[in-house]
Design a protein around this ligand. Sequence first.
Ligand code: C5P
Length: 300
Amino acid sequence: MSSVTVRVPAKVNVQLSVGPLREDGYHDLVNVFHAVSVFDEVVAKESESITVSVVGEWADQVPVDDGNLAVQAARALAKHAGRSYGADLVIHKAIPVAGGMAGGSADAAGALVACNELWGLGLPYEDLLEIAGDLGSDVPFALLGGTAVGTGRGEQLSELPMGGVFHWAFAVADGGLSTAKVYAECDALREATGAEVPWPQVDDALLAALRTGDARALGGRLANDLQPAALALRPELARTLDAGRAAGALGALVSGSGPTCAFLAADEEHARRLADALSQLSSCRTALSAHGPVPGPRPA
Ligand code: C5P
């Protein structure tokens, strides 16, 4: 096989509950991930060494050196297989960079699946999931897709049964936010109040809304503990959230560590109208509409 292509979806967190800071610098989470139909494409071609290039709207913001998570993924997979394989990776980028939609994690997951196939390794999903967890907290979910609860750092996953399709609009801001900085700001805001941080709990009403496909109920349960921190770092996001609510969104929240904001719509047409309204805002670089859940990466 000389080339393998996989499509990998972005995610939105419909519940992100952040527990106390751990000794290893991470936080225990209840992280309900939901994969949505905004896709990066990862192509892996036969090559002597592992290289990467990026094309698409966000290409200039993605590192093409060792900082690239897809390169790290291919290297980790080769190491796991115990041989020095090569792959020329080409990433077609549609997921906003550093936007809170796990675009880098998606590319890493895509590289794992594509190189597993290109190199004829035939490793089972469980092995890929283990490598994924070492690459980043969101990479295992990027491999899985669908909808799942993540605990621990977010890497321990349990898939959720789903009862329907949800429609979303996303307002993408100019410039990214560093995930580490948003967590640090969350800790600082909490420290300033002095209140004890509770252990994160799964919201059963949210899971029921996902299970029954009830968009109105889900809209009322969307929650992100990182949102106050993202708003403190980027105050203009409050206007974006308000504008989406005023345009009739069933629910609105910052996606993950932001700055992308996610809006739940009643149906596909409503999602498109929301995206049109959001795209007019000065705080919004571009707006997208999408649906979820969608499956994780598989070779085409
Ligand atoms: O796991 P990943 O490298 O994607 O995490 C990026 C940063 O986000 C970490 O260095 C940490 O600061 C923060 N983080 C956290 N708790 C988590 C996941 C990420 O504090 N559960």
